[in-house]
Design a protein around this ligand. Sequence first.
Ligand code: ADP
Ligand code: ZN
Length: 610
Amino acid sequence: MTKQRDDARRILHDVFGYPDFRGRQAEIVDTLAGGRSLLVLMPTGGGKSLCYQIPALMREGVAIVVSPLIALMNDQVANLRAVGVHSASVHSGTHPDEVRQIAEDIHNGSLKLLYVAPERLVSERFLRFLDNTRISLFAIDEAHCVSQWGHDFRPEYQQLGLLAERYPQVPRIALTATADAETRADIKHYLKLEDAPEFIASFDRPNIRYQVVEKNNGKKQLLDFILKDMQGESGIVYCLSRKSVEDTAEFLSSHGLNAIPYHAGLSMETRTQNQRRFTQEDNIIVVATVAFGMGIDKPDVRFVAHLDMPQSIEHFYQESGRAGRDGLPAASWLCYGMNNLMLLKERIMESGSDDFQKQIELSKLNAMFAVCETAECRRVPLLRHFGEESGPCGNCDNCLNPPVRFDGTVLVQKLLSCIYRVGQRFGAGYVINVLRGKNEDWIKQNGHDKLSTFGIGAEQSDKDWRAVTRQCLGLGLIDTDTANYQALRLTPAAKAVLTGGQTVWLRPLKRQKTTSTGSKTQWLRTEREERIWQELRHWRLEQAKAENVPAYIIFGDRTLQSIVQNLPQTEADLHEIYGLGEAKIEKYGSDVLDLCAKFMQEADDGGDVF
Ligand code: ADP
Ligand code: ZN
């Protein structure tokens, strides 16, 4: 057993260049390499691939990896080839000559991993080929595709259970980043993993810093955030509509940023080209609808911004989770407002779903909204949503810059009683106008200018009242009528405030200055390090262009960081650099050493005298 562990660790270091396993990777590798099937749940960026790639190198035969998207397969194969592991993928676009070569390499035992789409795997022709092949293991990636509960349902996945019957001696690993209880049950059922152990990693992504701001001029706020913290970095900006995608991309470009749009209305050619630029270059911002992202494994995305609030925590977590897969500091920035909430409610209410489904979706939306409104740590409710209890994280806006709350009981009582007096039939705009004593015809026609609450809130601005309303929604004191989704109404919790004298603490109504979220390059300690970092990035980009692969396939950001901080001088030093295995040392080692020698030389020339 320990020999097996030593082997796994040696491969981790020599091939992939990493010093240690993360989380439960070591146990998972051990289980699979030992020939047992299992189910793995890990958040995006958690490191699922190594869980089967290392056992594939430890066991005899070829590993068959099922993956739902060609883009994912290609990315994995490019990564493996870059570290010197013989792997390939077969899909609709693979040339017949190449397929023949792959078959030959499998039979002569040189190919270690083969990526295939599920429909090909379950075809009789392919299965007959496998019958005469030595298979080390089956890995079923994105295993939630098996379930109709999820949003990525792929019917062919449900047939993968046949692998258990046809190849009972071959261990299988199912992996996914999104699996609630129902999905997990489906995975176990359809993939015949009922008795297999489950390895569930924490869903926390500690390197992602969460920041939520209230919207007043979204695009401008976004621009400020990028200019302040994220200039020159790769990022994704999500918008709700195509129009807003176009506008935002144009706005950011007009301010000198490399922003490109991506949505389903663009031609296939433009989409492919824009996606390609995003993955290959290292300072592109993609502005996109949620259509963008699945199948993009770029590890050095430094920020994900939401210009509108997503409809659920699951969506938010999956989208924001595309930042910082390499484990370096990354940011999730979210901008939201009440209109945003109302629009999403409207979408749900006007969708064709039945009432039960609508209720589920509304409660998911409210949970998301509560994360935006909270004055406490953001991570706590996010993780609780995935069944994990945690304490304040120290890496979100509320932890870093705790909002100073004030006793807002009187303001809240005014709002609640006004909502009550207008009959719980009107939207926020109307209620606020009554509170502020606006002499509008509609208000007069309804006789609401005679109410005791008419004009009792004249001292506060419209904006202030909107902030109070939002917070009351977030606190669950009010909600909106399901039949008339604009209309505000009181919840049972409101009673304690109106008649029970319960105190309500509110966040400041005026927007607080946002704190810097800190970018990746915070670790750069000196100007010299900054220069070395830039030169290495430049070298990496040139190299990537020459090889026609994404920059991160050459070296990840963490590898560059490790080089900047250690300035290796000998080949032995290179083995200590994060992410440098033998294949990369052989290929790029001398370039790196030359560059480092040059930097050392500069220092000796007196660059650092002062
Ligand atoms: P997932 O598939 O779970 O989203 P990946 O397998 O793509 O995540 O891994 C995310 C990143 O983390 C990759 O760049 C990978 O090389 C890196 N990684 C995985 N395991 C380790 C480890 N033990 N040490 C260092 N980096 C790792
Ligand atoms: Zn926090």
